[in-house]
Design a protein around this ligand. Structure first.
Ligand code: C2E
Ligand code: CA
Ligand code: CA
Length: 578
C-alpha cells in the first residue's frame, strides 16, 4: 500500500507533467499556426485519426474526424482532386514527396504544398501515416510577381528586352538547325519624346500601353513581340514567308496608325513609326547580332523616308561606326574647345557699305583641316553638346566684336546662329542678357539668327523668349526663309527684325520667273512691315543686280566674300573704316 504522502506526491508529479504537456501542446499549436502548417495523422493499428493545426483557416473546411476529409474534395481544383484525395486516403502506399497543388476556395485561390509519408515497423507493416499541408500562397504569389517583373513589361504586358533576347537566341538556334531565316524588326515611335512632353507622363504612359497592347495581338507561335525601350518595340518573325511576314505585320501596323489612339481623357493621338529590319543569317550569325543590326538600321532610317521598311545593310554599319566615331571625337573637341569662328561679310546693297558679319563655326582638326558645321551641329544637337558649343560661340563672337570696336571703331553687326535646342533651354535668354550686360555690348550690334523650325514645339514659350530678346534691344533674324516650314504667318507672331532669304531662292531668282516674282513680293512686303532683308548665297553679279532692283537691303554670299578667318575679316573692317 502506498502511503498518502506518496500518492499526493505522484499526483502532483502527474499534474505537473500534464501541465507541461498542455503547455507544450499550446506552444506546438501556436507554432503550427505561425508556420501555417497542418497535419493529418492516421494510426494503422488502432485506426486513430488526429488532426493538428488550423485546417479551417487554411482550407475553409473544418476537419476533425476522418470522415470530414471527404469535404476537402470540394475545395481542390477539379483536375487535381483525385490525386490529392488519394494522398489523403488511409492507403499506406499513396504518399507524396512535396508537391504543390492549387486549391480553389470560396475566398480565392491558394497554393498548398503537400508532403505525405508512411512510417513502418521493422517488419515493414505500416504504423502511422502523416500528411502535411503547408500554405505557400504568399510565397508563390511573390515568386510569380518576381518572375513576371523579370520577364514582362508591366505597362504593356509584352515580354521585356531580356526575355525577348533569351527567346530570340533559342529561335535563332532552331532556325540554324532548320535552315530557315528569321526576321527581327525594331519599331520606333517617331518623336515620342515630343508627344510625351506635350501629353504629360500619365497619358504618355497610357499611349504606350495602348500601342503595346495593339502590338501584342500579333503574338503567335511564329511572331514574338517585345518591348525594347520606352518607345521602342521589337518583333521577331520565325521562318517568314509561309503565312507570316514582317512586311505584312508592318503593313497592318501602318494601317492601324492611320487611325488615332484614344486616351481616357478623350484625346485622339496619331502616331507614326520607323521600322528597321535585320535578317538572320544574312546580317549576323547570332540573335544579339541581328538585334543590334536592326537597331543600327532604325538609327540610320530616322533621317530618311519613314514610310518605308528599312533593311539592314553593311553600308549602314559603316556609317554608324563613322558617326559613332565622330560623336566621340566631338566630345573631345568640346572639352578642348577645338573650334574656330569664321566671319562672312554682309553688305548693304544700295550703298555697298559693310553691314557686319555672320559668325560661322568650324571644327578644327589636329591636322589643321576644318570640319564644316553641317557635319557636326546635328550630332551636337542630338547629344546635347550644342549647349556648351553654343555658349562658346556667343562668348567668342561677342568678345571679337568688342575687340574690333575698340581697335577699329567698328560699329557693325555680329550675327550669331542659335540652335533650337539652345533656345529651348529655360535659362537661355536670362543667361544671354546677363552675359551681354557684363560685356557692356550694345545689343543693337548683336543679331540672333533663328530658324522657323524652333517654332514647331512650345510655340508660345519660344515667342515669349524671342520677344524678351527683342525688348532687350537685340536684333532677331529669321534664317533660311523659303525652306521647309516657311510661312509668312510667323512674321505676325514673331517679333523679328530681319528676314534672311535662303540661298535656294537666290539660286534661281533670275532663271525662274516665279521665284523672281515671289522674292520681289516677299522683299516688298517685309519692307512694308519695317523689317530688314538679307539675301543669302549670292554668287553672281546678275543676282546682285536683281536684288538691288527689287530693293533688297543687304546681301551675303561668295560673290562679295566667303566665310573667312578673323585675321582676314579684320582687313575688311579696316578697309571699311577708312
Ligand atoms: P546658315 O546659317 O544658313 O549659314 C550660311 C551658310 O551658307 C554658311 O555655311 C555659308 O558658308 C554658306 N554660304 C554663304 N554664302 C554662300 C554662297 O554664296 N554660296 C554657297 N554655296 N554657300 C554660301 P556653313 O558655314 O557651312 O554653315 C552651315 C550651317 O551651319 C549654317 O547655315 C548654320 O545653320 C549652321 N551653323 C554655322 N555656324 C553655327 C553656329 O555657330 N551655331 C549653330 N547653331 N549653327 C551654326
Ligand atoms: Ca545663319
Ligand atoms: Ca541661312
Amino acid at each position: 500500500m502506498q502511503d498518502n504522502a506518496s500518492l499526493v506526491y505522484q499526483f502532483d508529479l502527474l499534474k505537473e507533467e500534464n501541465r507541461q504537456l498542455s503547455l507544450d501542446k499550446h506552444i506546438f499549436d501556436k507554432f503550427l499556426d505561425v508556420s501555417g502548417n497542418a497535419y493529418f495523422c492516421y494510426g494503422f493499428e488502432n485506426g486513430n485519426f488526429h488532426c493538428v493545426g488550423n485546417f479551417a483557416g487554411m482550407l475553409g473546411v473544418d476537419v476533425n474526424t476522418i470522415d470530414d476529409i471527404a469535404l476537402i474534395r470540394d475545395v481542390i481544383k477539379a483536375e487535381e482532386a483525385d490525386t490529392v484525395m488519394d494522398i489523403l486516403s488511409t492507403d499506406p502506399e499513396k504518399n507524396a514527396d512535396i508537391i504543390t497543388k492549387e486549391f480553389a476556395l470560396k475566398t480565392g485561390r491558394k497554393w498548398i504544398e503537400i508532403n505525405a509519408f508512411t512510417i513502418r515497423d521493422d517488419e515493414g507493416f505500416p504504423v502511422e501515416k502523416y500528411v502535411c499541408f503547408r500554405n505557400i500562397t504568399r510565397l508563390k504569389v511573390q515568386k510569380d510577381e518576381l518572375t513576371y517583373l523579370a520577364y514582362y513589361d508591366n505597362q504593356t504586358g509584352l515580354i521585356n528586352r531580356n526575355f525577348f533576347i533569351e527567346q530570340l537566341n533559342d529561335r535563332v538556334e532552331k532556325a540554324r538547325e532548320e535552315h530557315v531565316p528569321m526576321h527581327v524588326a525594331l519599331v520606333d515611335i517617331d518623336s515620342f519624346k515630343r508627344i510625351n512632353d506635350s501629353l504629360g507622363l500619365v497619358y504618355g504612359d497610357e499611349l504606350i500601353m495602348l500601342f503595346g497592347q495593339y502590338l501584342s495581338s500579333f503574338n503567335n507561335e511564329r511572331i514574338t513581340v517585345g518591348r525594347f525601350g520606352t518607345d521602342v518595340f521589337v518583333i521577331s518573325v520565325y521562318d517568314p514567308g509561309k503565312d507570316a511576314s514582317i512586311e505584312a505585320v508592318v503593313e497592318k501596323i501602318r494601317e492601324r496608325l492611320k487611325k488615332p489612339f484614344i486616351l481616357s481623357n478623350k484625346d485622339e493621338i496619331y502616331l507614326s513609326v520607323t521600322v528597321g529590319v535585320a535578317v538572320f543569317p544574312d546580317s549576323a550569325d547570332t540573335g544579339l547580332g541581328v538585334l543590334q543590326n536592326a537597331e543600327i538600321c532604325v538609327y540610320a532610317a530616322k533621317d530618311s523616308d519613314r514610310e518605308k521598311i528599312h533593311y539592314f545593310d553593311t553600308t549602314m554599319m559603316k556609317k554608324f561606326l563613322e558617326s559613332f566615331e565622330v560623336e566621340k571625337r566631338l566630345q573631345d573637341a568640346i572639352l578642348m574647345q577645338n573650334f574656330v569662328l569664321f566671319y562672312q561679310p554682309q553688305y548693304n546693297v544700295s550703298t555697298g557699305q559693310l553691314r557686319g558679319c555672320e559668325a560661322l563655326i568650324r571644327w578644327k582638326e589636329h591636322d589643321g583641316s576644318y570640319i564644316p558645321p553641317m557635319k557636326f551641329i546635328p550630332l551636337a544637337e542630338k547629344s546635347g553638346g550644342i549647349i556648351p558649343i553654343g555658349q562658346w560661340v556667343i562668348r567668342t563672337a561677342v568678345s571679337k566684336l568688342e575687340e574690333w570696336r575698340q581697335k577699329y571703331n567698328f560699329n557693325g553687326i555680329m550675327s550669331i546662329n542659335i540652335s533650337a535646342i539652345q533656345l529651348k533651354k529655360d535659362s537661355f535668354v536670362d543667361d544671354l542678357i546677363m552675359f551681354l550686360r557684363s560685356a557692356k555690348i550694345d545689343p543693337e550690334n548683336i543679331e540672333i539668327e533663328i530658324t522657323e523650325s524652333v517654332l514647331i514645339e512650345k510655340t508660345s514659350e519660344i515667342i515669349e523668349k524671342v520677344s524678351r530678346m527683342r525688348q532687350f534691344g537685340l536684333k532677331i533674324a529669321l534664317d533660311d526663309f523659303g525652306t521647309g516650314f516657311s510661312s509668312l504667318s510667323y512674321l505676325r507672331s514673331l517679333p523679328i527684325s530681319t528676314l534672311k532669304i535662303d540661298k535656294s531662292f537666290i539660286d534661281t531668282v533670275i532663271s525662274d520667273d516665279t521665284t523672281g516674282i515671289i522674292t520681289e513680293s516677299v522683299v516688298n512686303m517685309v519692307r512694308r512691315l519695317g523689317l530688314e532683308t538679307i539675301a543669302e548665297g549670292v554668287e553672281e553679279e546678275g543676282q546682285m543686280d536683281f536684288l538691288k532692283k527689287i530693293n533688297c537691303d543687304n546681301i551675303q554670299g561668295y560673290l562679295l566674300g566667303k566665310p573667312m578667318t578673323e585675321k582676314d575679316f579684320e582687313k575688311i573692317v579696316l578697309e571699311a573704316a577708312i
